[in-house]
Design a protein around this ligand. Structure first.
Ligand SMILES: Cc1cc2nc3c(=O)[nH]c(=O)nc-3n(C[C@H](O)[C@H](O)[C@H](O)COP(=O)(O)OP(=O)(O)OC[C@H]3O[C@@H](n4cnc5c(N)ncnc54)[C@H](O)[C@@H]3O)c2cc1C
Length: 210
């Protein structure tokens, strides 16, 4: 289990003291007036924490990672503002993935490389495009709903750069729907503790990079 510690913005001396003694991750506890009444005992008790996984961020990346690793240990998920205040919740159009023929992985890879105008790393494009259908299935298992046609098939949109219909969407608020489903799962998971209004400042690793 790793330690992380929490510093408080409005007590500059305490914050710098804590920052100097950090072991893994330094966070600033933002201090909205509504939380000023938090008892000092409770606050100080929460300054030194141990967890198996510390996840920073509550968008699709952070929430889905937290759900995956919660099977292997305790997770603390911090986010700098409210849980659902993320870019994910604002995303509208939808998510691209190969779900039906005549679409296939090679077409999706080619479309992406063409749009990337030579700037894409093909290996990464291939990995993302190949894994996308399984990741979509996982979102659906977690409760995210995507619109379907009357015949039951997904109502796939076709956006710029795509040669096939492959955009899954939920009305015009796909991101909000994904955020809703993931937050529901995360809140129901006993291995995940959520800390809102906590700001990660710096990540100290055990070994120097490079
Ligand atoms: C208006 C809009 C429309 C979009 N439409 C689409 C679309 O149609 N299709 C598509 O695929 N993509 C779309 N995107 C892009 C998509 O939303 C993002 O790529 C995706 O949501 C990123 O997810 P994420 O989990 O990586 O980050 P985010 O959802 O941005 O989450 C980041 C999280 O990290 C937290 N955080 C950041 N810094 C700190 C810190 N220092 N300490 C603590 N917490 C921190 C934030 O509070 C937040 O919880 C759109 C984006 C926007 C804004």
């Amino acid at each position: 289990m790793s330690d992380f510690q929490i510093a408080i913005t409005s007590l500059a001396g305490l914050a710098s003291l804590l920052r100097r003694s950090l072991s893994y991750v330094s966070c600033v506890f933002l201090f909205p007036s509504a939380i000023l009444t938090l008892s000092l005992t409770k606050f100080f008790a929460s300054m030194n924490r141990k967890t198996d996984f510390l996840v920073v961020g509550s968008g699709i990346g952070g929430l889905s990672f937290a759900l995956k690793v919660a099977d292997y240990g305790k997770v603390i998920l911090i986010t700098k503002s409210a849980l659902d205040d993320t870019n994910t919740a604002y995303a509208q159009g939808g998510i691209a993935a190969v779900t039906y023929s005549p679409d296939n992985t090679e077409k999706h890879v080619n479309d992406t490389l063409i749009c990337g105008a030579g700037l894409c790393n093909e290996e990464v494009v291939r990995m993302v495009v190949t894994e996308a259908p399984e990741q979509i299935k996982e979102l659906i298992r977690w409760g995210a709903k995507f619109d379907r046609n009357p015949d039951g098939q997904y109502d796939l949109a076709k956006e710029g750069g795509h040669s096939e219909h492959r955009i899954l969407h939920h009305k015009d608020n796909t991101g909000a729907e994904i955020e809703r489903a993931l937050i529901r799962q995360v809140k129901a998971n006993k291995n995940i503790e959520i800390l809102e209004n906590f700001f990660a400042l710096e990540l100290l690793t055990q070994h120097p990079l490079g």
